[in-house]
Design a protein around this ligand. Structure first.
Ligand code: ADP
Ligand code: MG
Length: 305
């Protein structure tokens, strides 16, 4: 990491005042990683990129020393690292990520803006850019996943679209079962293996649940054939495997990622909740994660943070 930080910052034009990056040592980077975390990218076995993530008390993670080795620029390494940083920072319990960009590099400020960052404040010699992170919830058991789904259902309105992402067996259908329970959805919610979409009518006056499995679909055009738009307005639509396909259903949607633990003996799932558009404000997302009625989940989250 030190090698790539020195190479990246050394290749920049001289700054006044100079960056302190060239004073980083293995010890200083190790100390930063011990209190926070970071990402390190290689191409073959050559050092190619590095970012240090520094979590703050205010649940804001700061990205430092964002470095791509000059030999590997324009390979998409920075963007891949930034996506990974967002997940890591969310897993640390942070709700925002920020970084400092020097005034001398307006093209870098543009780069971050294209990745959803906005200028938060001006500081000497530069600007601080920031963006919200997905909310993270730790879900130890199947029952807890059902409970999370039911909590999400409490806040859903007709017209809402949820896109659920995660590997096979991660828990997307299990989460949808909880959403269905909360909506009073009739019928069993199962992975729609042969049927691509199912409508579950609400028996409690809540919106109906339209449950879609887009696993077999390869394009938004194929999704169009399901005529989901017809039911969209009066229902809640949950699309499993919908990433890259179902976004066109609604510019405002809740994106949910379900991740399994790296430890195969641990059933705990990490669920990341991100709102797209004005429908899902930061306050609304906080309600999903800290509704006051889910102490067990929240305490779990805090104890692991
Ligand atoms: P997907 O729809 O993502 O392919 P499913 O929801 O069909 O996944 O399957 C998840 C499986 O994992 C279910 O059998 C569920 O009971 C089990 N499971 C075990 N622990 C959990 C947990 N913490 N959260 C969700 N599911 C869990
Ligand atoms: Mg499924």
């Amino acid at each position: 990491m030190v090698e790539v930080i020195h190479a990246a910052f050394g290749a920049r034009p001289p700054l006044d005042p100079p960056s302190t990056a060239d004073s980083e040592t293995p010890e200083s980077v190790a100390a930063a990683l011990a209190t926070g975390t970071g990402v390190y990218a290689t191409v073959g076995d050559r050092p190619a990129g590095a970012i240090i993530i520094e979590p703050g008390d205010d649940r804001v993670a700061t990205l430092r020393r964002v470095s791509v080795h000059p030999d590997f620029q324009r390979h998409g390494i920075a963007s891949t690292m930034v996506e990974e940083c967002k997940l890591l920072a969310a897993e640390l319990g942070c709700i925002r990520v920020e970084l400092l960009a020097r005034k001398e590099f307006p093209e870098l400020i543009t780069y971050w803006r294209h990745r959803g960052f906005t200028v938060v404040r001006e500081v000497p010699h530069g600007v601080v850019l920031g963006r919200p992170l997905p909310r993270r919830v730790l879900v130890p058991t199947t029952d807890d996943m059902h409970a999370l789904g039911a909590r999400i259902a409490d806040r859903l309105q007709a017209g809402d679209v949820i896109i659920a992402t995660g590997d096979l067996g991660a828990g997307k259908t299990t989460l949808t079962q909880g959403i269905g329970r909360g909506l009073g959805a009739a019928g069993q919610i199962i992975s729609p293996t042969f049927v691509l979409s199912r409508i579950h009518q609400s028996s409690t006056g809540r919106p109906d649940l339209v449950h879609v499995d887009a696993y077999r679909l390869s394009s938004a055009a194929e999704l169009d054939d399901l005529d989901l738009l017809e039911s969209l307005e009066g229902s809640v639509t949950v699309v499993e495997w919908g990433e890259g396909i179902a976004e066109s259903l609604n510019p405002e949607r809740l994106e949910i990622m379900v991740l399994r633990s790296a430890d195969p003996t641990d059933d705990t799932r990490t669920v990341l909740l991100a709102g797209v558009g004005d429908r899902w404000t930061e306050a609304e997302l906080d309600q999903l994660v800290h509704p006051g009625a889910s102490e067990s989940l929240d305490q779990e989250a805090v104890s692991r943070a």
